[in-house]
Design a binder for this molecule. Structure first.
Ligand code: GTP
Ligand code: MG
Length: 518
């Protein structure tokens, strides 16, 4: 084992000591039966998807999503009669290093589920060829804007929908390029299940897995953002440098397992590996053809997704929906994922932290207008009582009786991953805080205690600075009021990352909020 690898495993041990997943362990899982009761009640179709045009200038990072599904003809009456969906719903984010094949797999899924016809594929083939990006034609289904198609990389999170026998899936295709990690964070914060795409092509797995590669960063972020289950797809198995080699697959699995463990995933319970080819569509919708890959006996991708069980959320808890984006459409519409509680047409709620009382006029789940929706759903909610410019991304739509706390200071336990140029971490350190949909400059104002990663107990001596790999309890300040919760109360709203100059330097959880919060 080289020094780097040893260091990695040490840091990994430390991350585990953060026990970011402890809150989930006490939860049960949702099976299709339980989920039924909370399925949204569909009554109508949304006519127009105007999200593409939404720009949020309120924060330095744009949280944009592209909706790939072309709305069906807006036959309202027919939609009203449509049978209520009995299927459970899961949000799945595709993550992994640039060029691993995320958009290609997303495009292939839409093709295999009959949402893209052969003629469109041929058109994309021609367009991709003109741009000298022949092999990107499947990715063009997900990568819709000119910049993405010319460069062959995803910039904005792509969004699409498909269904299996038991489940409705929303897929979120995150960008792998390191410049767009903030967009990836916004995609991952909306998901429960992650598909970590790894390229098996010679040299590509290695680059992605290296220090500074996005395979590592995405896994650590996903865990911190509450992606509780991972399907690790070893992609490009058809590539001539791989040729469905079992040795290559095993090599990748054996290197990934210790790293996933160190990032807080329980590999036995929460992680599943599969070999696939996104480009050829092999082992996606149907099981592997034995003549191509005789050694794989496991499930195909759709089967594995169908079997995924996710932690249960409380449909009766106080309502919390962090706002990712907002726009004007005959009123004020906010978008986000419900993290706790349920919402109904007619409900009175608060937009926090500005305590604006609002009324829910309409609720949309994907394209469908629904009367109510529960936790885990990605919604668009039309509100009265507030103007669009009174809302910023990071605000939280919240219950009136038990509103979310709004603070400018909190106590957190941090795991330092890797500081820039091995800097030291001390009071006065500044970073960008990412917590649910909040992106805010912050400053560490005081280090309170260092935690011994071995014993998990606070160390006695006073702590003035720490280095890479340390676990430390500290006080963090922000300039503007932010809405957060204690990790022990609402893990999704209490786990965060700190980034500096485009790199993730620490992950953490909120331990205490000031007793008088506004
Ligand atoms: P970013 O969005 O930029 O992070 O990349 P991505 O992960 O979405 O990768 P994308 O789907 O754009 O694919 C990148 C390249 O890998 C393209 O040339 C694809 O044709 C190729 N590719 C993707 N999947 C496969 C596969 O299963 N086999 C082979 N041989 N090539 C693949
Ligand atoms: Mg992509």
């Amino acid at each position: 084992m080289d020094v780097d690898e040893k260091k990695m495993i040490d840091i990994a041990e430390d991350i585990r000591s953060l026990q970011l997943d402890s809150a989930e362990d006490s939860n049960g899982v949702v099976n299709s039966e339980d989920a039924k009761a909370e399925e949204p009640v569909e009554v109508d179709k949304m006519e127009e998807d105007s999200k593409e045009d939404v720009h949020n200038e309120a924060v330095q990072v744009e949280h944009k999503v592209k909706d790939k599904k072309v709305s069906a003809a807006d036959d309202r009456a027919a939609a009203e009669e449509k049978e209520l969906s009995k299927k459970r719903h899961l949000n799945v984010v595709f993550i992994g290093h640039v060029d691993a094949g995320k958009s290609t797999i997303g495009g292939q899924i839409l093709f295999l589920s009959g949402q893209v016809d052969d003629r469109t594929i041929q058109k994309y083939e021609r367009e991709a060829k003109e741009k000298s990006r022949e092999s990107w034609y499947m990715a063009y289904i997900m990568d819709t804007n000119e910049e993405e198609r010319t460069k062959g990389i995803t910039v904005e999170v792509g969004r699409a929908h498909f269904e299996t026998e038991t489940t409705r899936f929303t897929i979120l295709d995150a960008p792998g390029h390191k410049s767009y990690v903030p967009n990836m964070i916004s995609g991952a914060s909306q998901a429960d299940v992650g598909v970590l795409v790894i390229s098996a092509r010679k040299g590509e797995f290695e680059t992605g897995y290296e220090r500074g590669g996005q395979t590592r960063e995405h896994v650590q972020l996903a865990k911190t953002l509450g992606v509780s289950k991972l399907l690790v797809v070893v992609n490009k198995m058809d590539d001539p440098t791989v040729n469905w080699s079992k040795e290559r697959y095993d090599e990748i699995e054996s290197k990934m397992v210790p790293f996933l463990k160190s990032s807080g995933y329980n590999v036995k319970k929460d992680v599943q590996f599969l070999p696939i080819s996104g480009l050829l569509g092999a082992n996606l919708k149907t099981r592997m053809n034995k003549s191509i890959c005789p050694w794989w006996d496991g499930p195909c991708f759709f089967e594995a997704l169908d079997a995924t069980e996710i932690p249960q959320r409380d449909p009766k808890g106080p309502f919390r929906m962090p706002i990712i984006d907002k726009f004007k459409e005959m009123g004020t519409v906010v978008m986000g994922k419900v993290e706790s509680g349920s919402v109904r047409e007619g409900d009175s709620l608060l937009v926090m932290p500005n305590k604006a009382q609002v009324k829910v006029l309409e609720v949309y789940c994907d394209e469908d207008k629904v009367r109510q929706a529960g936790p885990g759903e990605n919604l668009r909610v039309k509100l009265s009582g507030i103007e669009e410019d009174g809302i910023l991304s990071g605000f939280v739509l919240s219950s009136i009786v038990k509103p979310i706390s709004a603070v400018t200071e909190f106590v957190a336990q941090l795991q330092i991953l890797e500081l820039l140029d091995n800097a030291i971490f001390t009071a006065g350190y500044k970073a960008v805080l990412h917590i649910h949909s909040v992106v805010e400059e912050c400053e560490i104002v005081e280090l309170l205690q260092q935690i011994d990663p071995k014993t998990k107990k606070p160390m006695k001596k006073k702590v003035l600075f720490v280095k890479n790999g340390a676990v430390v309890v500290c006080r963090i300040q922000v300039n503007n009021l932010i809405c957060i919760e204690k990790f022990s109360d609402f893990p999704q709203l209490g786990r965060f990352t700190l980034r500096t100059e485009g790199k993730t330097v620490a992950v953490g959880k909120v331990m205490e909020l000031p007793s008088i919060s506004s």
